[in-house]
Design a protein. Sequence first.
Length: 467
Amino acid sequence: MTTVRTRFAPSPTGFLHLGSARTALFAWAFARRHRGTFILRIEDTDVERSTQEAVQAIFDAMSWLGLDYDEGPFFQIQRMDRYRAVIDEMLARGLAYHCYTSPQELDALRAAQMARGEKPRYDGRWRPENIAANGLTPPPGVKPVVRFRNPDEGSVVWNDAVKGTIEIANAELDDLIVARSDGTPTYNFCVVVDDLDTRITHVVRGDDHVNNTPRQINMILALGAAVPSYAHLPTVLGDDGHKLSKRHGAVSVMQYEEEGFLPEALINFLARLGWAHGDDEVFTRDELVAWFDIAHVNPAPARFDADKLRWLNHEHMKRLAADELGRRLQPFLERAGLDLANGPPVEEVAMLLRDRTPTLVEMADAAHYFYATPHVPAEKLAEFVTAGNRPALVELYEVFATLPWSRESIGAALKSGATKHGLKPPQIMMALRMIVTGTRETPAIDAVLAPLGRDATRARMKAGLDL
Ligand code: GLU
């Protein structure tokens, strides 16, 4: 049995889009599922649009997502000699020929065809066998393009792993330019040479490439090579049904990292864009690899659902072990400029906040008061600390000085303090919460004060109660 070899072949012209990341993931998962080889190829022949930053963005996103590759990265720009050699070979074997048709002639041809109600296509006038009949001689000083001689008869058929059988009549295809007049090879041709040279067995890519496939297959057949299998993945749409774009918010993979999403969650989310394993919604990378079957990719467009991503992220955060969750949270706290030595261990805080915060950014926001004394405006405090509960709070400040410091004893002290002053526990808890954290949204206050510590708690009470 041949070993599976897949590739991801992004063009480095911007950030790595979620749709491209989904393509990368499916090609990767397919290779891993079959213990095959996954190859990274950077399609950077468009020198005007390709940038080094975009190449780096691809590396960063793949490494963050954990999409490891076994071969590459190969850069097309470094393979120009190889492409030229294949073009020479095709010319020598009569698979391609020089064409001198000028842009003006092509325009005139197109206009005449359209006037006759025909589909515009190059008419093969410079095919060697037609030159004499057409009375053509190479115009002096003109550098020709090279065209691939597409078959005239029959059709190209492939059984797409996602879309089923696709058949395109060769009459629909004209002789593709494989090298421009300056000698540079064109896109579809480079893809063919690379796929053959890297012995790709399965091409997994977005369905915006379906129209290129028959042309590529014809070149592969002409070169006498084996045609790989193709799987064209459905488009990813935004929640409004339009093609996913910046209008829908973040579409760059790395922006999700910045916004506090876990790579595990993004992988899980991307996997569900067009693929499913029964009713399983939350799964790991290993489960994906074990279950992935390209035949189960749904050909209908996939829809991006931002709420679902948040939900998945929360689920994956809840699945992390305490120390790991703390490790993931730490950079977000550091980014916020907090001094982590000035508060409880990060993993304790993370576990405390875990059920309330679906992203690491939200968790870091919610963790602020553990590492920095909040500034609570006096008017705000006055809404919570009243003549009614102040004596109880002052007394608690004293009690806390010697209380064995644990969640249980703090909880008990709050209850007995309230009872003693004829109050209900919430009447002092909310005030204490505001004094110590500056917010109403915290976990149970005894659970907050325990890790915050006696000294920080009392220092904040002293300031808040003006003692
Ligand atoms: N470079 C193409 C893209 O970014 C992919 C080409 C291919 O996978 O064949 O869409």
